[in-house]
Write a protein that binds this ligand. Structure first.
Ligand SMILES: *[C@@H]1O[C@H](CO)[C@@H](O)[C@H](O)[C@H]1NC(C)=O
Ligand SMILES: *[C@@H]1O[C@H](CO)[C@@H](O)[C@H](O)[C@H]1NC(C)=O
Ligand SMILES: *[C@@H]1O[C@H](CO)[C@@H](O)[C@H](O)[C@H]1NC(C)=O
Ligand SMILES: CC(=O)N[C@H]1CO[C@H](CO)[C@@H](O)[C@@H]1O
Length: 152
């Protein structure tokens, strides 16, 4: 877990300024509403609302941040969005347990009136996976999945 600490140090003030709404599973200061629950329940059935549509490009020249943008789904009244992102190499690392991997995602909750969000704490020249759901008054949408690579 040392790299997490180092990454936070490297992104310095930016990370601290935005730490209030960025959570990490299982760490203190993560979102008290437990946003991981939105991704790890069995709500991804065909009847679930259609997902928001991720529109941002698959590359950024920024080494440690990425502006994720999306289109709201016109047919759904989302009250918020839940976003999570992880370095792709963690997902592919077969020596990590499912629980290890679930601790390595960064979780963010975003108001439904927004259509973009800066993702922080990224490492340069790295491939990331990002997942997003829209939350309605009584349902969690299907999952929108995308990936991007950071600049060097
Ligand atoms: C996979 O995870 C192990 C245990 O955390 C780590 O030592 C190793 O460096 C990781 N491998 C890659 C390619 O990230
Ligand atoms: C979005 O809504 C929140 C409250 O839900 C409000 O504080 C914020 O100013 C709104 N932002 C925009 C860009 O409308
Ligand atoms: C969820 O809420 C929507 C709109 O408020 C309603 O049309 C729908 O029937 C509700 N679904 C369930 C399963 O309660
Ligand atoms: C430095 C930084 O990342 N600032 C961002 C913090 O989060 C707000 C939205 O919650 C962004 O507008 C800032 O750009």
């Amino acid at each position: 877990m040392l790299w997490v600490f180092v990454a936070v140090l490297l992104s310095g003030v930016a990370a601290i300024k935005n730490s209030s709404d960025v959570g990490r599973a299982g760490t203190e200061g993560s979102l008290n509403e437990g946003p991981q629950d939105f991704f790890e329940t069995s709500s991804y059935v065909l009847l679930a609302p259609s997902p928001p549509i991720i529109t941002s490009s698959s590359r950024t020249s920024e080494p440690t941040s990425y502006l994720l943008s999306w289109k709201p789904n016109q047919d759904e009244h989302f009250t918020s969005y839940k976003i999570r992102y992880i370095k792709d190499q963690h997902l592919k690392n077969t020596t990590l347990s499912k629980n290890d991997v679930s601790m390595l995602w960064y979780y963010i909750s975003v108001s439904s009136n927004l259509t973009s969000r800066l993702l922080n704490n990224l490492e340069p020249s790295s491939l990331y996976q990002v997942e997003m759901v829209g939350i309605t008054n009584n349902a969690t949408s299907q999952l929108a999945v995308s990936s991007f690579r950071t600049g060097s």
